[in-house]
Design a protein around this ligand. Structure first.
Ligand SMILES: C[S@@+](CC[C@H](N)C(=O)[O-])C[C@H]1O[C@@H](n2cnc3c(N)ncnc32)[C@H](O)[C@@H]1O
Length: 240
């Protein structure tokens, strides 16, 4: 993607989340029947298996309204970054509401140019962000750069189930029901039509695993969650 198209995609994604920020949490939990919470917990469990540090420094890339940051704050101090200020504002409200354990600090930043020096974190996680990035390789490269050698990475996103009956049911929900309900509840046309399109355009998890490995991660494994509706990739930062 050339720089102009990248900038255009980033701007569209930024504006879209800005427009639905106030209703994002409700929509997320409602449209996924709360299963999204289970997926984030699965991410925490898998990352725990790969981390020996007792109080790790954690980065949540594209933290949005900070759900994953708050979950990981049970374990260590979290920095959440996102380029959409309205999403961060909602997250800041939840943090101020006392839902955290360890400190959580939020920062406005682009996942494609993270404002942290190399080796700053023991864990980098990111939920439902990758498919929105204008340049996935650059985003992964940035995650690798700020992670210390051996540190753990966890990436959660949507997938497309392949079990025939579930796939048909899911496609119907995803392509027909979700865009309409999303528009009805958020009052905004676009984002919930964009969601299925972006998931369909996203590489299959096997291919994504190779992209993650090329970015410098080792021991990369993936899990399909809820029959493949979500995917979780975990790995460790390789040498250099
Ligand atoms: C679907 S939301 C996920 C939010 C959160 N991680 C969660 O689990 O609910 C995607 C988030 O990624 C952010 N995002 C997308 N592209 C980004 C980029 N290039 N830099 C920083 N944040 C980005 C959006 O602003 C949005 O808050």
């Amino acid at each position: 993607m050339d720089r102009m198209k990248e900038a255009e995609k980033s701007r569209r994604v930024h504006d879209m989340f800005g427009a639905i920020a106030d209703r994002y949490d409700f929509l997320n939990h409602f449209l996924s029947a709360n299963i999204d919470r289970r997926w984030r917990r699965a991410c925490l469990r898998e990352i725990e298996k790969r981390t020996a540090v007792s109080r790790p420094r954690i980065l949540d890339v594209g933290c949005g309204t900070a759900d994953l940051s708050l979950l990981f704050s049970r374990w260590g101090p979290v920095t959440g970054c996102d380029f959409c200020r309205p999403m961060l504002r909602i997250g800041a409200g939840k943090i101020a509401g006392g839902m955290r354990h360890e400190p959580v600090s939020l920062l406005e930043a682009d996942a494609l140019a993270l404002p942290f020096s190399a080796n700053s974190f023991d864990i980098v996680v990111s939920a439902f962000v990758m498919r929105n990035l204008a340049d996935i390789e650059r985003g992964l490269g940035e995650m690798r750069r700020v992670l210390r050698h051996g540190g753990a990475v966890g990436i959660l996103d949507f997938g497309m189930p392949r079990i025939p009956f579930l796939a048909a049911l899911y496609r119907f929900y995803f392509l027909r029901v979700l865009p309409r309900w999303g528009k009805m509840i958020s009052g905004v046309d676009g984002p919930y039509g964009y969601l299925p399109r972006s998931v369909q355009a996203f590489p299959p998890v096997e291919e994504l695993k190779q992209t993650v490995e090329r970015a410098g991660f080792v021991n990369v494994e993936y899990k399909k969650l809820t029959g493949g509706i979500a995917i979780l990739l975990v790995g460790n930062a390789g040498q250099g």
